[in-house]
Design a protein around this ligand. Structure first.
Ligand code: PEP
Length: 263
């Protein structure tokens, strides 16, 4: 059976508990369930427990925005994947904001990916080059290093359910997303890395998302890009109407893809 597409709302460090509940409630009323689209909300840690009680779990799943790679111990301020496992199905790992502002290294991202998997949480591993790296023609090297290091402690079986998100840093919080041919080339390269590590079967079972200035008007173009299985959405996910339109757009993209295959 074909896996559903995936749409992830990254609420970043926005919204307090009350605001997050309100937004989840509005989304619950507005968003239609589609069997072909899985919707995941990633609020801050504080909101995970209340939201897990309030949301319709047939409609939404929850993700953490991060997690610590050691399961338990004297690590003041940290929250481990072991503590998150009862609350979330997914965890965003290696987001460029964590790599940049919290100095997360390739090795730390690798350990977080392994810790999430060990605790039954599916990693949404974010990879992507900065503007400077793109200008210096280092995109392929950067993506290679980020993917290969992050997955280096996983077996093929662990890797099968993985989600990767191509998030070019220069397209996050920008005026428009990367162009479909830029996304296609990067996603193809990311998939090639997974194929080289684990073979074709694993590569075809992972889902690769695109993230960076997704808005409803760009969804059909991005979703028509070969190898793209969904979207990681920042700003637009804080607005229930725009986010709901994005989800509908992804569903319509699946319907039109199915029609093209049948024709
Ligand atoms: C993000 O930071 O993951 C992201 C995609 O942000 P935005 O949609 O705001 O560009």
């Amino acid at each position: 059976m074909k896996q559903p597409k995936l749409v992830v709302a990254n609420w970043k460090m926005y919204l307090n508990v009350h605001e997050a509940s309100l937004l989840a409630n509005r989304l619950g009323k507005k968003v239609q369930s589609h069997r072909d689209v899985e919707v995941v909300l990633a609020p801050n840690y504080l909101c995970l427990q209340p939201l897990s009680r309030e949301i319709d779990h047939h409609k939404f799943k929850l993700a953490a925005q991060d997690g610590y790679y050691i399961d338990e111990g004297a690590y003041t301020g940290a929250v481990s994947f072991n503590q998150l496992r009862e609350l979330v199905n997914y965890a965003i790992i290696g987001h460029s904001e964590r790599r940049r502002y919290f100095n997360e290294s390739l090795d730390e991202v690798r350990d977080k990916v392994a810790a999430a998997v060990r605790n039954g949480i599916t990693p949404i591993l974010c990879v992507g080059e900065t503007k400077e790296e793109r200008t210096q023609k280092e995109t392929k090297q950067v993506l290679h290093d980020q993917v290969v290091t992050a997955l280096s402690n996983l077996t093929a079986e662990d890797a099968e359910s993985l989600v990767l998100a191509y998030e070019p840093v220069w397209a996050i919080g920008a005026n428009e997303p990367a162009k479909p041919d830029t996304i296609a080339a990067a996603v193809d390269w990311i998939r090639f890395q997974v194929r080289e590590l684990y073979g074709k079967t694993t590569e075809s079972s992972i889902r690769v998302l695109y993230g960076g200035s997704d808005e409803p008007e760009y969804v059909s173009g991005i979703m028509a890009t070969p190898g793209v299985d969904g979207l990681l959405v920042g700003r637009a996910s804080l607005n229930y109407e725009r986010f709901s339109d994005i989800i509908t757009g992804v569903h319509l993209a699946v319907l039109s893809e199915d029609k093209t295959v049948k024709a």
